[in-house]
Ligand binder design. Structure first.
Ligand SMILES: Nc1nc2c(c(=O)[nH]1)N[C@H]1C(S)=C(S)[C@@H](COP(=O)(O)OP(=O)(O)OC[C@H]3O[C@@H](n4cnc5c(=O)[nH]c(N)nc54)[C@H](O)[C@@H]3O)O[C@H]1N2
Ligand SMILES: Nc1nc2c(c(=O)[nH]1)N[C@H]1C(S)=C(S)[C@@H](COP(=O)(O)OP(=O)(O)OC[C@H]3O[C@@H](n4cnc5c(=O)[nH]c(N)nc54)[C@H](O)[C@@H]3O)O[C@H]1N2
Ligand SMILES: [Mo]
Length: 761
């Protein structure tokens, strides 16, 4: 980090010239000749590649440039001209590189050769693919002979449907369901909550619903940084009169104002579109109280209307025909008093009632949300209460209405669809048995926090990582880094070097793979892969750029080779044929999931994506009762943190200059922080309360009530508009502070959005 930190106030809208400037910086940093720019035009086009950044839907009629600032940054980041070759590893020990920050590690460029850890020199040394597979296979077999459940198969949500299907099969043939996924730290609260409430684990809206919605409610999702292409749909919706109401502790620029970089008139005039008509700065973990409050306002209005002789504002016909438990929820809401709702939400009754007013005056309403709801102790219940609110006015099964979890990684939802799941009941095991002639393991596997626990306690011997930066993304980093080297085998399949690769098992390999932007040449020719977006549409994706090195292998190939090296031969699983022609993997996917993937190879290039059936759109509820189920929250606060006098709720945040643990730079433009990530956002009232000044360096300690010390030093206080009792700092720097056991009930998503902390000076 060369910059002197600069803290300012950014007043410009999201998009606009700021995004162009930021993008040009990234283009320069990639050191690629300008000739790669035409490749960018291929992002998210039917004949191009699916963006490697977020999972937002890809329209059937794409814009000339269907990508955003952050998608383009992610593309440049993958296409960098820099290379992390064996020479780099010859110069530095792992111990030395552990002193580098995330930005510096990934800035070394694309990995080029398979590397083996050499304990004598504490370095990665070059090896051959054959030697790597042989050694890994031998270790995996030895561990399997002891107990196959001691190996974990992690996946970050980027790998294609083809790779993911094969990877999940590898784990099951090996003998376990230990398939944790980045989703376990992300939208698992959605998968658990929605499945129980409405009978499908994914959102119900498609892209064209944005053209029909009358109102949208945003809870804890930041499209300006994390799904910027969505701002186009929001802008168009607002321009035709739809209303957007936002609940977020922070004023996120993309939800305030937007200038469309693809609109020349708007770029010249800088006449920004105002996105949210109401913006409510809810307290972290306060959303259940908000939503219950809105329901209360709705019931009050319903009463008044009935008394006037009206029909009321609830959709009684829908409630009777399609739901169970409405009476219980209504009775629960009626017993909540406004003082408690105000206290828990940090918002006034007037503010909540105003939001309720927009809700009840709109015919079709969408509930849109992200990590601000899912990463709490009651993340699952928060999602379910939002569903309750939508049910009260029948906001399912019609255009413009429904629930819209905004997924993260570009294929995280798809990985779950094709079998990457620790929950055997979600996978057609009998189908796999029939197709491949083996007895699939039926016992529940390890989710992310279980895998962490196993690593700490020494019950996990091997970790295979299909992408990602597990060790940096998980909670309880102190204990995790200490425990990691006790594992017998670690294998990381990756495009770029990250901190997770610098901690090694006794036998450790780093295997470099092709990125999605690159041409994937196999026996039958250049290959296409597929992804599923946030609206359950599948898309084909074909790389355009020459591979970063001739020595790279594709993820499909690497998974197949690992399988062949570690499993007993099974002639019914055609690993080599799958590698030669990925269309045959898609046939296997279709054979396993015939209802979801009918005519997969033929339809995968459908403009706008090939739709996966979503039963709730037709008011079919695959729940236990056959109806949508109202669920009652256990408490009005979703957080682990109480309201002790000096305890703050820490939200771990993403900057506009990162993709998860990949840090592109130190410029969080929208929040006015440049040159550093070591900051603590705190409001002036809290600063005055403890007598702290702007720029002061402090430490944070977790207040978890156990005897573990979790602490981070060297955070600089930045005065910020943030609710009382809350503070914010960046992820992954603050992951040392999150106790492993502080995760969402049932979904086990780490509670990264309200960690109870204390400032230490
Ligand atoms: N450029 C870029 N794009 C990304 C990513 C990235 O890191 N960079 N990550 C990808 C991934 S994997 C994911 S999961 C998504 C994440 O995208 P988001 O779901 O947007 O996740 P976050 O940015 O972590 O947090 C979202 C918002 O929640 C707010 N918030 C925090 N606590 C609360 C709360 O208690 N209540 C409410 N209502 N709001 C709260 C925060 O202020 C923040 O604005 O984005 C994906 N896209
Ligand atoms: N405190 C806190 N912790 C969090 C969160 C939070 O909000 N707060 N968010 C959570 C969420 S939502 C998520 S999804 C997780 C993210 O957890 P992960 O998905 O594990 O982490 P990433 O940072 O996305 O992984 C980045 C690495 O992926 C590798 N990579 C990139 N592209 C490819 C590819 O095409 N193939 C392969 N094989 N490898 C590739 C590169 O080596 C890169 O360094 O973090 C979670 N952790
Ligand atoms: Mo995520």
């Amino acid at each position: 980090m060369s910059n002197v930190p600069k803290i300012t106030t950014y007043t410009a809208p999201a998009g606009g010239w700021g995004s162009v400037k930021s993008l040009m910086r990234q283009a320069r940093q990639s050191k690629q000749p300008i000739s790669i720019l035409p490749g960018l035009a291929k992002i998210n086009k039917p004949d191009g590649f699916a963006c490697v950044s977020c999972a937002w839907a890809k329209p059937a009629k794409p814009h000339p440039a269907e990508f955003c600032e952050n998608g383009a940054k992610a593309t440049f980041w993958e296409l960098t001209a820099d290379r992390a070759t064996p020479a780099l590893f010859a110069r530095h020990t792992l111990t030395e590189m552990r002193g580098w920050d995330d930005f510096k590690l990934e800035s070394t460029g694309r990995l080029t050769h398979p590397m083996r850890y050499d304990a004598a020199t504490d370095r990665y040394v070059e090896t051959t693919w054959e030697a790597a597979y042989a050694a890994i296979g031998a270790e995996m077999k030895a561990i399997q002979a002891d107990d196959p459940k001691r190996t974990v198969f992690y996946a970050s949500g980027r790998a294609s449907l083809e790779t993911s299907y094969m990877y999940a099969l590898l784990a099951r043939l090996y003998g376990n369901n230990n398939l944790p996924d980045s989703s376990n730290m992300c939208h698992e609260s959605t998968s658990v909550g929605l499945l129980e409430s409405i009978g499908q684990p994914v959102g119900t809206v498609r892209l064209d619903d944005f053209e029909a919605a009358d109102a949208m409610f945003f809870f804890g999702q930041n499209p300006g940084s994390n799904s910027p292409r969505m701002l186009h749909q929001l802008q168009e919706a607002v321009q035709r009169g739809a209303r957007i109401v936002t609940f977020n502790p922070l004023k996120e620029r993309g939800l305030e104002r937007f200038v469309n970089p693809q609109d020349p008139v708007q770029m010249l005039t800088q006449n920004a579109t105002q996105i949210s008509c109401q913006y409510h700065q809810v307290k972290a973990g306060g959303d259940i109280a908000v939503i219950v409050g809105m329901a209360k306002a709705l019931l009050e209005a319903d009463d008044a209307d009935l008394k006037r002789g009206g029909k009321g504002v609830l959709d009684r016909a829908f409630l009777a025909e399609h739901t169970t438990g409405a009476e219980d929820f209504i009775a629960y809401v009626q017993t909540q008093d406004w003082l408690a709702l105000e206290r828990e939400s940090g918002l006034s009754r007037t503010a909540i009632t105003e939001a309720g007013g927009v809700y009840m005056s709109a015919k079709s309403v969408m509930g849109i949300y992200g990590m601000g709801l899912t990463q709490h102790k009651l993340g699952v219940q928060t999602v379910q209460v939002l569903v309750n609110l939508l049910l009260l006015r029948g906001n399912f099964g019609r255009p413009g209405a429904g629930i819209c979890p905004v997924r993260g990684h570009s294929n995280v939802q798809g990985q779950r669809t094709v079998g990457i799941s620790e929950k055997p009941e979600l996978v057609p095991l009998d189908k796999l048995k029939a197709l491949y002639g083996f007895e699939p393991p039926r016992e529940e596997g390890l989710a992310t926090v279980d895998a962490c626990k196993g690593i700490i306690e020494g019950t996990v011997d091997a970790f295979i990582g299909l992408g990602g930066n597990f060790l940096r993304a998980v909670p309880e980093q102190g204990m995790m880094e200490e425990a990691w080297p006790r594992m017998r085998l670690t294998v990381q399949i990756a495009t770029k070097l990250n901190r997770g690769h610098l901690f090694n098992g006794r036998v450790a390999y780093l295997l470099p793979c092709l990125g999605r932007t690159e041409v994937d040449q196999q026996a039958s020719g250049p290959q296409t892969v597929t992804m599923e977006d946030s609206t359950s549409c599948f898309h084909g994706s074909k790389g355009f750029h020459a591979p970063a090195a001739e020595t790279l292998q594709s993820e499909v190939r690497i998974v197949a080779e690992l399988a062949k090296a570690s499993l007993a031969p099974n002639p019914r699983v055609p690993w080599d044929r799958w590698v030669d022609d990925y269309a045959t993997v898609r046939d296997a996917i279709e054979a396993t999931y015939p209802e979801l993937f009918k005519d997969f190879n033929k339809r995968m290039h459908t403009p706008g994506g090939m739709e996966k059936p979503l039963p709730v759109r037709d008011l079919i509820w695959k729940t236990e009762s056959g109806k949508a189920e109202f669920k009652l929250p256990k408490s009005l606060s979703a957080s682990f943190a109480g309201d002790g006098p000096d305890v703050l709720r820490l939200m771990t945040l993403r900057s506009n200059d990162q993709f998860n643990t990949t840090v592109y730079g130190y410029d969080d433009r929208f929040r006015g922080v440049d040159g550093t990530r070591m900051v603590l956002f705190l409001n002036k009232k809290e600063m005055a309360r403890i007598g702290a000044r702007a720029g002061e360096m402090i430490a944070l300690e977790t207040v978890a009530g156990d005897d573990v010390v979790r602490r981070i030093d060297g955070l600089q206080i930045v005065p910020y508009d943030i609710p009382d009792g809350c503070c914010g700092a960046y992820y992954p720097e603050c992951n040392v502070l999150i106790p492993l056991w502080q995760h969402a009930e049932r979904s086990k998503v780490p509670a990264a959005k309200s960690v109870p902390v204390r400032i230490v000076r």
